[in-house]
Write a protein that binds this ligand. Structure first.
Ligand SMILES: [Zn+2]
Length: 300
C-alpha cells in the first residue's frame, strides 16, 4: 500500500484551485492574524461558505498587495504538495483592488508565475463570477484574455442556466484566442445541466461535473468528447454534495472513460491537498491504485 509520501512525490496537476482561497488555513491565519471560528468545518452548501467568505476572507483582502499575497500562499502550498502544474483561477473581481488597471493586474500574474517557474508550471486562469458586475466583465475580460497571460477561463457562481447567454460572447472570444473554456456545473446540479453547459459554451473542461453520473448517456457524452472533469471530492463532501467520501462517484466517471483530475477547489475551506485526496480515495477503497495512476497522469 502506497503511503501519502508516494502521492506527494509524484508530479501532478491541480486544475481546480481558486487561488484566493487555495492556501492552508494555517497559512492564511499566520498572514491575516484573524481566526475564523470553528474552522475548517462541514458546511451546508455554498451559501454557508459564502457567508464565511463575506465575513472573514473578503474583508481581509483590501489592497493589490493582499491579492498578490493570497495567490502566492496558494502557490506555495501547492508546491508543498508536489503539484507541478497549477491551473489556478484568479477572479476578475480582484481587478477592483487594481483600480481597473489591466496592466498591473497582468504584471502581478506573470511575475508570480515567473517567480516560481522552477518549481511549478503556473497556468493562470481568468475566473468569472456570474454574479459580478457584467459591465466590468465586458470591459475587462477581453483585454485580459488578449494579453496571452491566461491559458483558460472559468465561469462560476449559482449553477443555473438563467442568464448564461450573457457570457456567450466571452466564450466565443476564448475560442478565437485558443483559450481553454471551463465552467462550474454539476456540483449540485444534474446530468442534464452538465450536458447543456458543455454544449452551450462548447466547454473543454468541467469544474466538478459529478452530477453527470445521474445519466449514463451524459457520462458517455463527456467521454466521447473527452471533456475533462476537474473533480474535488473533499469539497463535495464538506459542502454536502455527497454524503460521504466513500460514496463519491469519481470511480464511475473514471470507469466510463471520462478524463478526470482531482483538484483542491478551496484548500482553505476543505483542507485536503491533491495528494491527500487521492491517498484518501485509495485508502477508503473508492478507487484502486491503478485509478490513482490514471488521475496522476491526467493533465501531465
Ligand atoms: Zn470551484
Amino acid at each position: 500500500m502506497r503511503d501519502i509520501e508516494y502521492y506527494k512525490s509524484r508530479p501532478k496537476i491541480d486544475a481546480h484551485n481558486h487561488l484566493n482561497l487555495g492556501m492552508r488555513y494555517s497559512s492564511f491565519l499566520a498572514w491575516s492574524g484573524k481566526k475564523i471560528p470553528n474552522f475548517p468545518r462541514m458546511m451546508d452548501g455554498l451559501d454557508e461558505m459564502h457567508d464565511v467568505i463575506g465575513k472573514y476572507t473578503r474583508p481581509r483582502c483590501r489592497t493589490r498587495e493582499d491579492v498578490e499575497r493570497l495567490i502566492e500562499m496558494s502557490i506555495l502550498d501547492a508546491i508543498a504538495d508536489g503539484v507541478t502544474v497549477l491551473e489556478g483561477s484568479i477572479d476578475i473581481g480582484f481587478m477592483v483592488h487594481f483600480q481597473g488597471d489591466v496592466e498591473s493586474f497582468l504584471r502581478m500574474t506573470s511575475d508570480l508565475a515567473r517567480k516560481y517557474a522552477d518549481k511549478l508550471d503556473m497556468r493562470p486562469e481568468l475566473g468569472l463570477g456570474k454574479t459580478f458586475d457584467k459591465d466590468k466583465i465586458t470591459k475587462w475580460a477581453p483585454e485580459l484574455m488578449r494579453s496571452g497571460v491566461f491559458t483558460s477561463i472559468d465561469l462560476y457562481g449559482p449553477e443555473i442556466e438563467d442568464g448564461i447567454e450573457e457570457f456567450k460572447h466571452i466564450f466565443e472570444l476564448a475560442e478565437r484566442l485558443d483559450i481553454k473554456k471551463r465552467a462550474h456545473v454539476g456540483e449540485f446540479s444534474d446530468a442534464r445541466s452538465v450536458r447543456r453547459f458543455v454544449e452551450f459554451f462548447d466547454l473543454h473542461e468541467v469544474q466538478h461535473g459529478i452530477g453527470a453520473v445521474g445519466d449514463d448517456s451524459v457520462l458517455r457524452f463527456l467521454a466521447d468528447r473527452k471533456v475533462r472533469c476537474n473533480v474535488c471530492p473533499q469539497s463535495n463532501y464538506m459542502l454536502g454534495a455527497v454524503k460521504a467520501l466513500e460514496e463519491h462517484p469519481i470511480k464511475r466517471m473514471l470507469d466510463a472513460g471520462v478524463p478526470v483530475t482531482v483538484g483542491t477547489d478551496d484548500l482553505l475551506f476543505f483542507d485536503r491537498t491533491v495528494s491527500e485526496q487521492i491517498f484518501d480515495l485509495v485508502s477508503l477503497g473508492v478507487i484502486t491504485e491503478a485509478d490513482s495512476d490514471k488521475l496522476l497522469a491526467e493533465g501531465i
